[in-house]
Design a protein around this ligand. Structure first.
Ligand code: PRP
Length: 183
């Protein structure tokens, strides 16, 4: 791995191997739970793109994929609860079994809002799958149906997660050195 990113990482929280093993387990679980159905996996960009790619390949039932992008108006490292849909889904979700795929459930502000928006479109069912869960920071009453890992309140990057739009391409999840975001 290139030193240009590595030098900013304090330590590896979840290795590439740990991530792959857990994502395969989640895929197996979803495949069992949705056997005989045709769920639509909704990836919320951008943070979920790598998780989505690995998760969908670990699911062996017939499934559909769609993508949306939202932005929260918060500044810095926390979201504010106001969410803007930048890119909406391409297809209707009415009557479909929806699995929303996210990289992290943190304060819950983004997903609390987003799940309400999607629920109002009358899907047959809707569940949430998040790779990471940071329950210590929760500000909204929301929990994930499928969780990869519960993580402590540290600034994590890699495997899709960014700081200032960077580090998404690290193949593992690492804790960023505080001096990187405090400067
Ligand atoms: C991240 C993540 C969730 C949200 C979680 O997105 O993908 O959407 O923050 O935080 P919350 O629970 O406090 O709302 P971010 O705004 O960093 O955008 P990105 O997906 O483009 O990285």
């Amino acid at each position: 791995m290139s030193n240009v990113m590595e030098k900013d990482i304090d330590h590896v929280l979840l290795s590439e191997e740990e991530l792959q093993t857990r994502v395969r387990e989640l895929g197996r679980q979803i495949s069992q739970d949705y056997a005989g159905k045709e769920p639509m996996l909704v990836s919320v960009l951008r943070g979920s793109y790598i998780f989505m790619a690995d998760l969908t390949r670990a699911i062996d039932c017939m499934c559909l994929v769609d993508f949306m992008a939202v932005s929260s108006y918060g500044s810095g490292t926390t979201s504010s609860g106001q969410v803007n849909i930048i890119k909406d889904l391409s297809d209707s979700i009415e009557g479909k079994d929806i699995i929303v795929v996210e990289d992290i459930l943190d304060s819950g502000n983004t997903l609390y809002y987003l799940m309400q928006v999607l629920q109002a479109r009358n899907p047959a069912s809707i569940r949430l799958c998040t790779l990471l869960d940071k329950p210590s920071r929760r500000a909204k009453p929301i929990q994930s149906d499928y969780v990869g890992f519960t993580v402590p309140d540290a600034f994590v990057v890699g495997y899709g997660l960014d700081y200032d739009e960077k580090y998404r391409n690290l193949p593992y999840i690492g804790v960023l050195k505080p001096e990187v975001y405090e400067k």
